[in-house]
Design a protein around this ligand. Structure first.
Ligand code: KIV
Ligand code: ZN
Length: 391
């Protein structure tokens, strides 16, 4: 029997998620979300980038004071002052982590730093050593690892682990990789980094091509043990990996032998809280937490769903804290859905009644985008009056 492995959930809603224009949070808002993230069961809360502003320094400090079970993490560049400030902001944390790093792709090395691979490797090692002065839990990120040459990336990973990194983050910063490429990158590192048993690898995937979730899953299948993600997939540009998506993929695909400690029934409530606090609506068709994630609207689907919910639902709404499945009435709906909705409103119509009512329904449905409760009540009233007159 193979043992199930835990995948650690590193939530970066308060750092990468908060980088979305207009999503800036104050300390009070960050504290409220941090407490809910802890309740949700995330393993790591990336609370902010302490050197970036006095407000973020304060947020990381205050979050460090109240979080009891999760690791609290602060981001830094591979710069001594950043690391000192992060160490200071995290000093009250029960489990502090410093997340430091530098760009490793040739784009970053040449265009951003105008330097050499050797110099980047030296700075990476130095940053990890500085960070280890403040905590034993140091995560290194190789920015733009998605476009970094695998052989050089393996050298960097080996060197930072030797310097004391306990987690190594392999970000697909630009969301460029295909799932197969990202998975192969992780597998390459698992095979070619001689001291890989002393650290874990982490997935941090952006969604520029809509592949962040698929890439993160490919990463953990290939041996990574942590996924960095955000509620509702918020993050720079097209966003990060959605926490709710990767958690439910692992829960649905038990055959992968991977699990998380997330309390999935809290996924919808926290999605709504993040959406309200950050003032970013959730797209209706968003997996797991979108308003339509459990709505059935076409006649064929509704009929199958009403016979057995599993025909058209792979997750039950209760499992993810959603309101419940909905049978939405539109011009594409069928008789069974109409009968079901009338029954829910307390009407006891026969099949023959429904046949007549369905013709009226289609006329209303062609005029309306969605047939609502009030329309059904009007239709029922008119139908009852017409049958009384006919007697
Ligand atoms: O996308 C990225 O590379 C990042 C790093 C700072 C971890 O967010
Ligand atoms: Zn990122």
């Amino acid at each position: 029997m193979t043992m199930e492995k835990q995948i650690f959930i590193f939530d970066t809603t308060l750092r990468d998620g908060e980088q979305v224009p207009g999503c800036k949070l104050n300390t009070k808002e960050k504290l409220r979300l941090a407490l809910q993230l802890e309740e949700l069961g995330v393993d790591v809360i990336e609370a902010g980038f302490p050197i970036s502003s006095p407000g973020d320094f304060e947020s990381v400090t205050e979050i460090s004071k109240i979080i009891r079970n999760a690791t609290v993490c602060g981001l830094t560049r591979a710069v001594q002052k950043d690391i000192e400030v992060a160490g200071e902001a995290l000093k009250y944390a029960k489990k502090p982590r410093i997340h430091t790093g530098i760009g490793t792709s040739d784009f970053h090395i040449k265009s951003k730093f105008n330097t050499t691979r050797e110099e980047i490797l030296r700075r990476a090692v130095q940053a990890v050593k500085w960070a280890r002065n403040y905590t034993d839990d140091v995560e290194f990120f190789a920015e733009d690892a998605g476009r970094t040459d695998n052989d050089y990336l393996a050298q960097v990973v080996e060197a930072v682990i030797a310097a004391g990194a306990t987690v190594v983050n392999i970000p697909d910063t630009t969301g460029y990789c295909l799932p197969s490429q990202y998975g192969e990158k992780m597998a390459y590192l698992m095979q070619h980094v001689s001291n890989i048993d002393r650290a874990i690898l982490s997935c941090h995937c952006h969604n520029d091509l809509g592949m962040a979730t698929a890439n993160s899953i490919a990463g953990v299948i290939s041996g990574a043990r942590q996924i960095e993600c955000t509620i509702n997939g918020l993050g720079e540009r097209a966003g990060n990996t959605s926490l709710e998506e990767v958690v439910m993929v692992l829960k649905q695909h038990k055959d992968l032998g991977l699990y998380t400690n997330i309390q999935t029934q809290l996924l919808n409530p926290i999605s709504r809280l993040v959406s309200e606090t950050m003032r970013v609506p959730v797209q209706p068709n968003k997996a797991i937490v979108g308003a339509n994630a459990f709505s059935h609207s076409s006649g064929i689907h509704q009929d199958g769903f009403l016979k057995n919910a599993q025909t058209y639902e792979i997750i039950s709404p209760e499992e993810v804290g959603a309101e419940g499945s909905k049978i939405v009435l539109t011009a594409r709906s069928g008789r069974s859905a109409l009968a079901y909705r009338f029954q829910k409103l307390g009407y006891d119509f026969t099949r023959d009644d429904i046949d007549v009512l369905y013709e009226n329904f289609l006329q209303v449905a062609d005029r309306q985008k969605e047939v609502e409760e009030e329309h059904l009540n009007e239709m029922a009233k008119a139908y009852k009056e017409s049958t009384v007159q006919a007697q």
